[in-house]
Write a protein of this length. Structure first.
Lengths: 249, 249
């Protein structure tokens, strides 16, 4: 296993950071690493906003949870799917692109683009001995987040990323069995085998929690998933995304 | 610059591969690297399908372009956003999750999840001296692709990735100026500055093409973008995604 794969495999989310800011050089390398990722048809459909203003960080920490590590970290990045740049491009080229930019396909392109970039940023940060945590919680309150960050139409802040010097270590959660996630030539056709894999995984996950919590917590992966999904969270998203001028047609 | 960041920065898409297959160990490490990425609320909402069947590879190469490197490579991965697994989870837990799984939010979660995983896979492959190319072209014909791969409801193949031993080297295209992509504390408010950045970038890109093509090709980034976006491609996507039971509410 080479050094890069070892670092990839060693990933865990870090939610507690030393009181030590990233340097502007570190931030620049992280953003440039993000930009080095593949991008669909060279579209580069994302913007990254670094939050240094203490009032804004505190507000985002509140909106995302509250989650203290959104406020207390070495640097806070916000990753936005961005097709507003292409509206400006259209103006520069004296064209009207508003309709095609509103398509579901273009929304998918921008969402994939920003996630590829973000994962490069995550790994670049981790390679420097920093820890990271993705902040999906900002999607709890996107209308407030977009207002706070002065986000124009055709832009959606998809997630944040808190980066910093790790305070303590967290554990790596075991992933789904590889045979459940990786299929050959077609989608796994055997449902019983599929369920057996998930049952085995449930044992792994409840064992993981039992061990970590002195047998207090015993939940399985499937029970966690059902609990999370039945919360029906963020049901405003479809309307919100459409109001931002994306995913409309 | 450490070895990991050097590898991230050195990325370029490879579209021509030696006639040499990946080993099953290499494939396994790539998939495990994908699985090590962060995942929203531990949802792991993706499936990766490895295509080894020559007939299927040829069909996908045709559907995606035609693009010969989809057929001729060391291994072909298909990355799918997957909430079908969670339908099965719901059955196992005797719950009905069909409505919440149909939300735009969950579609975004799955799309982000699979992209984070894919970028880890890309980097793991590149760390082993392999080259990669994302294949967004499969989205030209998703009804045919889903049929070919026996894809169930709540699953969307988002992109492929051709991996293999690079034949020759390709060049790295210069990215948008960092100040255009990275803003501080709020979305860049100054539109004139923004346009000036894009104009400067246009010079960079047309210079890049002039140099590579002996001044035959001179296109700018903004002209490329307008050309690509006015093609209005993949307008079936919204209906297709909804028919797969995603992004509906």
């Amino acid at each position: 296993m080479n050094e890069i794969i070892a670092k990839i495999m060693d990933h865990r989310s870090i939610r507690s950071f030393e009181d030590r800011l990233l340097t502007s050089e570190q931030i620049e390398v992280i953003v440039q690493s993000a930009q080095a990722a593949s991008t669909s048809s060279f579209v580069q459909a994302y913007t990254i906003i670094g939050i240094t203003d203490a009032v804004k960080k505190a507000a985002l920490a509140e909106l995302a949870g509250p989650q203290s590590y959104v406020e207390n970290n070495g640097h806070l990045f916000m990753f936005c799917a961005d097709l507003h740049r292409h509206e400006i491009v259209a103006e520069m080229e004296e064209m009207d692109l508003s309709e095609p930019l509103e398509s579901t396909e273009k929304f998918m392109v921008a969402t994939i683009d920003v996630a590829l970039a973000a994962q490069n940023a995550a790994l670049a940060a981790e390679s420097m001995g920093l820890g990271i945590c993705y902040i999906g919680g900002i999607r709890n309150h996107l209308p407030e987040v977009t207002k706070l960050l002065n986000i124009p139409s055709k832009v959606i802040p998809l997630f944040g990323m808190a980066v910093g010097y790790p305070m303590g270590q967290s554990e790596k959660k075991p992933r789904l069995p590889i045979e459940n996630v990786y299929h050959e030539n077609e989608y796994q056709p055997d449902k019983e085998k599929f369920i057996a894999q998930l049952e085995k995984y449930n044992d792994t996950i409840s064992g993981y929690y039992r061990k970590r919590t002195n047998a207090v917590r015993k939940d399985t992966w499937t029970s966690q998933m059902v609990g999370m999904i039945t919360k029906k969270s963020r049901l405003y998203m479809k309307d919100f995304v459409e109001r931002q001028g994306l995913n409309k047609r």
